[in-house]
Design a protein around this ligand. Structure first.
Ligand code: PEP
Length: 257
């Protein structure tokens, strides 16, 4: 599924509220006059505290805002929790679900991740669900099995909205190491096969991205893969010049097909 390339920047626990808004202003200025929104989509996921400020800054642009996580339900006794409804009210239209850092540090398992995908749809958000194997699982040759297992619960129920799946090998996140693009292409093909089998009617509403140490130099190799529709980017998305270079690389890439 080629078409428009989608670049999602995950800022994790970085940038102040003012720093986030000033990045957004700088990005708008840098993209003005040449960014073709039909060829490249851009979504930014700042900290929850900065969503309102970034959303307001970007309100007259086609850059969307995402949350990095959500809790189940709408309101209630969950100290520190932020629901999908609150994210939506703050200006987010997307939300990252099941990032490997949440699976690892907050013990989020496949059942909860699938429930959070449902909660995101309920709140009117577009979930970006992360899946991917650890280094040990890769060494054991278990990548396909792990990815299929992580997808199973999500695809078990009919979809209630659009979904984006980010294939992010855990060992590639923040490490500067990346898999061969062809390897990513094969996994994306398998994800597409699972979607065809489980959600034949909604298959076209699901995009598959790659994530893990993406930058403007290696992005093109991943975008070359037929089933890879973009990237989820951590570290490189924190630097506005690098984000701009990735938009340019993606736009040139999509312009040549
Ligand atoms: C991520 O955290 O989703 C990610 C892909 O990070 P990085 O690009 O820094 O590897």
């Amino acid at each position: 599924m080629q078409g428009r390339a989608l670049l999602i920047g995950n800022w994790k626990m970085n940038k102040t509220v003012e720093g986030s808004a000033s990045y957004a202003r700088a990005l708008i200025r840098a993209l003005e006059g040449w960014w073709d929104t039909k060829r490249v989509g851009v979504v930014l996921a700042p900290t929850a505290l900065a969503i309102s400020a970034v959303g307001r800054t970007l309100s007259s642009t086609e850059i969307d805002v995402a949350g990095q996580n959500l809790e189940l339900g709408t309101e209630g006794a969950l100290t520190g929790g932020i629901s999908g409804y609150l994210l939506y009210e703050a200006g987010a239209r997307w939300v990252i679900v099941g990032h490997s850092e949440r699976r690892q540090h907050f013990a989020e398992g496949d059942t909860l991740v699938a429930e959070k995908v449902g909660a995101a749809w309920q709140a009117g958000l577009h979930p970006i669900v992360c899946i991917g194997e650890t280094e040990t699982e890769r060494e054991q040759g278990a990548t396909q099995r792990v990815v299929s297992q992580q997808l199973e619960r999500i695809l078990a129920k009919p979809p209630q909205g659009p979904l984006t799946i980010a294939y992010e090998p855990v060992w590639a996140i923040g490490s500067g190491r990346v898999p061969e693009p062809e390897e990513v292409g094969k996994i994306a093909d398998r994800i597409r096969q699972a979607l065809r089998a489980q959600w034949p009617e909604a298959e076209n509403d699901v995009a598959v991205l790659y994530g893990g140490s993406v930058n403007h130099q290696n992005l093109g190799g991943f975008l070359d893969q037929a089933e890879v529709s973009g990237a989820l980017i951590g570290g490189a998305s924190l630097i506005v010049e690098e984000m701009v270079a990735m938009v340019r690389a993606a736009q040139e890439h999509r312009g040549t097909r």
